[in-house]
Design a protein around this ligand. Structure first.
Ligand code: NDP
Ligand code: OXD
Length: 308
């Protein structure tokens, strides 16, 4: 029984060495090596290779190397093959740190202070208490909840919006389309951590922005296709949104002349909010393979019809 890994080579080598010790019954091959294709049960990848079942006729599970699985389309996944996305502590810690950095920077007025530095101006502004800066996590799954756990310890009142209700201490849960407006009206800083699906594509548009309090900030670390770029530029121009921190765009990278690169009220990072850590994720992979072998539900199993 074997695993084929098709992604970042450095992480692959760490996984291969770790699995050789921890699971000698499993052979792991780094693409283009595959060993005997008839023995391949597990494929770890970001992209689906052509002719999947011709290459690996006994494939059973595709593991995404990342938290998202939107890069896989239903027509690429043969019937009966499970898709599992990555839920691992390294990814969660990284995201919580990126979101915390963004929220604290926005709350403490760092965009304005950086502009002042460029103008050689030494000028203090009033800061409101963290307890008066409300943060809303649009998409309140693993990464949203990990971020809220850190933010609440810093005193930020947090709320989350998801499809189903959540019960997380000290966080207000809003759920479903009917509660979206109430959620948005309570966000001084809106953080998008939604998966990309047919329902979330272009969700961040002028209709949504106008439901935020005037002058709210946006942190976008979900997926590029969720944001309408022109609507964000209009919302920044009108002051409806005062600043945006954007980690994901469509396309990635943006064209050289795209206005986001130079906009004074946008900070742009190149999809670095969070990444799968080799050391922590390989344990999650092995745990899921063992679950699969025992007929248990794997952690992070994707519902391809729902899209995440
Ligand atoms: P989860 O699946 O754990 O969480 C997704 C959340 O979104 C859930 O709370 C879910 O609700 C909610 N949701 C999905 N669709 C809807 C909808 N139509 N209406 C309301 N709520 C909805 O995913 P993760 O937290 O692990 O990851 C989230 C996303 O973050 C990834 O899909 C990826 O796009 C992005 N990401 C970005 C990275 C970066 O570096 N920028 C790195 C890693 C991930 P419910 O729980 O009720 O189902
Ligand atoms: C992921 C990502 O989905 O890096 O893991 O965006």
């Amino acid at each position: 029984m074997s695993i084929v890994y098709w992604s970042d080579a450095q992480r692959g080598q760490i996984w291969q060495a770790w699995l050789a010790q921890a699971a000698p019954d499993l052979d792991m091959y780094l693409w283009p090596e595959t060993g005997d294709p008839a023995k391949v049960r597990y494929l770890v990848t970001w992209e689906i290779p052509d002719n999947l079942l011709t290459r690996f006729p006994h494939l059973e599970v595709i593991f995404s190397v990342g938290a998202g699985a939107d890069q896989f389309t239903t027509d690429q996944i043969p019937h009966g093959i499970n898709v599992v996305r990555m839920i691992e502590p390294g990814l969660m810690d990284d995201m919580a740190a990126y979101i915390t950095f963004s929220v604290v920077s926005l709350h403490r007025g760092m965009p304005r202070y950086l502009r002042q530095q460029q103008q050689q101006r030494w000028l203090k502004h009033e800061t409101i208490a963290a307890s008066r800066c409300r943060v809303g996590l649009l998409g309140f799954g693993n990464l949203g909840q990990a971020s809220a756990r850190v933010l609440t310890t810093l005193g930020y009142p947090c709320s989350g919006w998801s499809r189903t209700q959540k019960h997380i201490e000290a966080v207000t849960s809003y759920y479903g389309d009917d509660q979206l407006a109430d959620f948005l009206s309570s966000c001084d800083i809106l953080v998008c951590l939604l998966p990309l699906t047919d329902l979330t594509r272009r969700l961040l548009d002028c209709d949504l922005f106008k439901q935020l309090p005037k002058g709210a900030c946006l942190v976008h670390a979900g997926r590029g296709q969720q944001l309408n770029h022109q609507d964000l530029l209009d919302a920044l121009d009108s002051g409806q949104i005062s600043h945006a921190i954007i980690d994901v765009t469509d396309p990635e990278p943006l064209q050289a002349d795209h206005p986001f690169w130079t906009h004074p009220s946008i900070w742009l990072t190149p999809h670095i909010a969070s990444e799968t850590h080799a050391e922590t994720s390989v344990k999650v992979l092995l745990d899921n393979i063992r679950r699969h072998q025992q007929g248990l539900t794997m952690v992070g199993l994707v519902d391809m019809k729902r899209g995440y």
